[in-house]
Ligand binder design. Structure first.
Ligand SMILES: Cc1ncc(COP(=O)(O)O)c(C=O)c1O
Length: 418
């Protein structure tokens, strides 16, 4: 019996690439951006007239809302950036380049994204006194053992930078435990929250985070071109600036202001993007991140049940934690018979209107960890707040239909035969 396409035809496109950027955005995000563009249009902090002042107020409101979301103490320590990579570069280079005269050792993990790995590699190539340790993770779950982080610490370790949610397996690393180890050793702890902030509760205090890097355009539901770095008060004293320029403040002086956010925010802001981001963060605060996390866990549970329970698809593997524990709604999948993961993505799009992302996902060592690097990676499904249980069911039906007939064991009851 050959599995057939799912009974429910794709009425529209089903966007399951929220790990790349979230879509759709709440209506309030679009309305806030349109209102700014139509009514204000001024550069925040660059004029004393009402429109510039209101733009600056709206931008600062975004800093406050972000602090409310992750329990930050000082909104002026929210530094707006282009994206997560930009924020991580600021954190990593800011700390590593502050110790130009003494040896500097940095620690990350194999599950980390190129936005941590590449700055580390570049620094080690450019400066002989900078070295790194990349800690291995469990091939089944993707989890790092906090004791392995502890064991990697050297007397001259200056930074631990770790991804919270994996963009390959959905694994959530035990950041609070790792942060406690970093704190014990007085080492700044940077967290890449690209896949976690807005999805699951993150608390600077509880999780012992010193530097929080996040996108505005993924879990926070703002537009592309937004992101931020939160610097725990005091940590900025251990950092150098990696770029300087006009701030609209103390312009008579030749040097960068020493107060935040201006010290780390040279140049005009992406005001329209930040105002959209602010509306996205407010939407999350209104919904509550706890409720959104419950929704994501419901979707994750449904996906796990479909992939490992009802369907029993013999050639299908999903990676990372096999249960709901220690994971979010990011699923990397391979199906025997699809040598290139891109072929599966193409079939999912062309036949079923399902949008996924295939390949190495900018995380080569994560794919080495789960043993998919030599296969060209995986096909990734990633959920957002507007993903529904129906989308999950439809995707599981579509995957069942994609399994080549010779490997198919038990077609799902919803898949009818010709
Ligand atoms: C875990 C992780 N870190 C960092 C990034 C980089 O994010 P951005 O595109 O905002 O720079 C991504 C992007 O997908 C990611 O998944």
């Amino acid at each position: 019996m050959t599995p057939q396409p799912p009974a429910t035809p794709a009425a529209s496109r089903i966007y399951l690439d929220n790990a790349a950027t979230s879509f759709p955005k709440p209506r309030a995000v679009l309305e806030a951006m349109t209102d700014y563009a139509n009514r204000l249009g001024a550069s925040p902090g660059r004029g004393a007239y009402a429109e510039a002042r209101e733009s600056a107020q709206l931008m600062n409101q975004c800093r406050q809302r972000l602090c409310q979301l992750f329990n930050g103490q000082d909104p002026n320590h929210v530094i707006f950036t282009l994206n997560t990579s930009d924020a991580l570069n600021m954190a990593i280079r800011g700390i590593a380049l502050a110790s130009m005269t003494s040896p500097c050792h940095v620690i990350t993990t194999d599950m980390d994204h190129n936005s941590v790995l590449r700055p580390f590699n570049a620094l080690c190539e450019q400066y002989a006194h900078i070295t790194q340790t990349r800690v291995a993770c469990d091939p089944q779950t993707g989890l790092v053992d906090p004791d392995d982080i502890r064991a990697a610490i050297k007397p001259h370790t200056k930074l631990i930078a770790i991804v919270h949610g994996s963009n390959v397996t959905g694994t959530l690393q035990p950041i609070a435990q790792i942060g406690a180890i970093a704190r014990e050793h007085d080492i700044p702890f940077a967290v890449d929250a690209a896949q976690s902030l807005g999805h699951t509760p993150v608390d600077i205090e509880r999780d012992n985070i010193d530097l929080l890097a996040a996108p505005g355009h993924k879990g926070l539901l703002g537009p592309l071109g937004t992101g931020f770095l939160y610097i725990r008060p005091g940590i900025e004293k251990r950092m150098v600036t990696t770029r300087e320029g006009g701030t609209g403040s103390i312009s008579d002086r030749d040097v960068q202001p020493d107060f935040l956010p201006d010290r780390f925010e040279p140049g005009s802001h992406n005001a329209i993007g930040i105002i959209g981001l602010s509306a996205g963060v407010q939407w999350i605060l209104d919904q509550t991140v706890e409720k959104l996390w419950e929704h994501e866990k419901t979707l994750t549970r449904a996906m796990i049940d479909a992939l490992s329970g009802d369907y029993q698809l013999p050639g299908l593997t999903y990676y990372g934690p096999q249960g709901i524990k220690n994971r979010g709604g990011v699923f990397s999948i391979r199906i025997d018979g699809f040598d290139a993961p891109e072929t599966l993505s193409e079939q999912l799009e062309n036949q079923f209107g399902i949008l996924t992302r295939s390949g190495i996902h900018c995380a080569p060592h994560a794919h080495r960890t789960i043993n998919t690097h030599h296969l060209g990676g995986t096909t990734r499904f990633s959920f957002g707040p507007f993903t529904t249980l129906q989308d999950i069911q439809y995707s599981a039906d579509a995957l069942a239909a994609c399994v080549p007939p010779q490997t198919s064991r038990t077609p799902h009851p919803s898949v009818t035969s010709a």
